[in-house]
Design a protein. Structure first.
Length: 273
């Protein structure tokens, strides 16, 4: 029980139920403590699949069905709802072609980037987040926030992303048809650095689904799980979460690695070759 007190911070009823479960004489007692620790460390964001992946790296080879069953016994389940998207088949003339064509995969870092802006609302005050993502590993390569959706917000994000590029990298940069991405200074900067601009079809959210998925995860795992008292608190929390997302949060499709670790693995393998 003392171990559980150190690693978990659950509701009173859930805590005492877990104590009773852990006090039983069974072969999974230690494993349940590890499961509770991982669940609490990631604030309920991990379901049984991600917890299984963490266990396999740090404890033992364990079947995901066993972890799922033990989590059910402990009363633990992911707090994150399944993301849903609304399909739109709207077509429209655009000045920039949709080069990406929903091919959200890449063979190396800095081949394809996606970018967009999302909005948060705290007690009637708004915060806007502009972010760019590398589709190779889902890493957020640049982000900036502002209390207004001004053009400077997008330019700052682009500049920060470009600062990461080496001389050989010339990614496709995909966005929706937001007015900011059609501005001449934005398009000139993209051209200056040799990037290829791509835009979604009008009214079709699936054409930029990769970055939309990240925003959905951000809001599900952070924004909706926290009560904010000010925009400043939210702003700091958004940047903290993105650091967590890039450096700590594992992805199953990245072989149980975080985006940064996956990129580092690629760099190491490339150096060997």
């Amino acid at each position: 029980m003392a171990i559980l007190l150190q690693v978990a911070s659950f509701s009173r009823s859930t805590f005492y139920y877990q104590c009773q479960v852990l006090e039983r004489d069974d072969k999974y007692k230690e494993l349940k403590v590890h499961i509770c620790a991982i669940y609490d460390k990631h604030k309920g964001r991990y379901g049984y699949r991600r917890i299984t992946a963490v266990l396999r790296k740090s404890v033992q080879q364990i079947n995901h069905k066993t972890v799922q069953r033990l989590m059910q016994e402990l009363g633990l389940k992911s707090l994150i709802r399944v993301k849903k998207f609304r399909v739109s088949s709207g077509q429209g003339d655009v000045s920039v072609p949709n080069i990406l064509q929903r091919k959200f995969n890449a063979s190396a870092p800095n081949e394809k980037w996606v970018t967009d802006i999302t909005e948060f609302n705290v007690k009637g005050q708004k915060l806007y987040l502009s972010a760019s993502m590398d589709v190779y590993n889902g890493e957020i390569v640049a982000c900036h926030t502002s209390k207004r959706p001004v053009f400077e917000l997008v330019i700052q994000t682009l500049k920060s992303a470009l600062d990461r590029l080496d001389r050989r990298s010339r990614p496709i940069l995909h966005s929706d048809q937001g007015w900011q991405y059609k501005m001449l200074p934005y398009r000139k900067m993209i051209s200056k650095y040799g990037l290829t601009q791509s835009m979604s079809r009008k009214g079709n959210c699936f054409d930029n689904a990769a970055i939309e998925s990240f925003f959905g995860t951000l809001k599900a795992e952070f924004f909706r799980l926290t009560e904010f008292h000010s925009i400043e608190q939210l702003d700091a929390g958004v940047h903290d979460y993105i650091r967590y997302y890039n450096h700590e949060r594992i992805k199953l499709k990245l072989n149980g690695l975080s985006p940064v670790d996956y990129r580092s693995q690629f760099a190491t393998q490339s150096a060997i070759l």
